[in-house]
Design a protein around this ligand. Structure first.
Ligand SMILES: [Fe+2]
Ligand SMILES: [Fe+2]
Length: 180
């Protein structure tokens, strides 16, 4: 996991308590069935974003409870966005449409305050043009982009390592076969 080294800290326990009802919700857990960035599921990605949001908002004396809860739901869209879909306009592109879908899904299961709704529906800013209303929304947009970048590079590093392992195994086997 992304933050396994800091998992036992007091902050992590508080964070988990803040999002407990969300992370154990059956529908939310369905995000585990869909990949977000490279090898990271939507669920793990939301958890990463929520934790970094929590840490940053707490440090800045912002509403870290609402921010973390909304961040946990920011990509609650429940479909494989990698699969080609027939779209009629730019608005229907995943990048533009999924914040609204996530908000609609989230409202079916949770009572969300104005800030939480703003965070979910505007987390793709500046791609979606409407300006966020709250500082916390800006924090989530930052945490989202940061986590997406780290998840992508972690995946690339893992793939590179695997390729190196195969290469060394191939060389090793070739040497063995040539010698015997
Ligand atoms: Fe998103
Ligand atoms: Fe995201």
């Amino acid at each position: 996991m992304f933050f396994k080294k800091i998992k036992n800290e007091e902050n992590y326990i508080e964070f988990k308590n803040i999002i407990n009802d969300i992370r154990f919700n059956e529908k939310v857990r369905e995000m585990n069935n869909y990949m977000q960035h490279s090898a990271t599921s939507c669920y793990s990605h939301c958890l990463h974003v929520a934790y970094y949001t929590y840490l940053m908002c707490k440090k800045l004396n912002l509403d870290y409870v609402s921010a973390a809860r909304a961040a946990m739901l920011h990509d609650f869209f429940l479909y494989d966005w990698h699969e080609p879909r027939h779209i009629k306009s730019l608005k229907e592109l995943h990048a533009f449409s999924h914040p609204k879908i996530a908000l609609k899904n989230a409202l079916q299961f949770f009572d969300l305050n104005a800030m939480e709704q703003d965070i979910i529906v505007k987390h793709m800013w500046p791609l979606t043009i409407k300006l966020p209303k709250y500082k916390e929304t800006y924090i989530v947009t930052l945490a989202d982009k940061y986590c997406a970048t780290v998840e992508f590079f972690k995946y690339l590093t893992a793939r590179y390592r695997l390729r190196m392992i195969y290469r060394y195994a191939y060389i090793f086997l070739t040497i063995i076969l040539v010698r015997f």
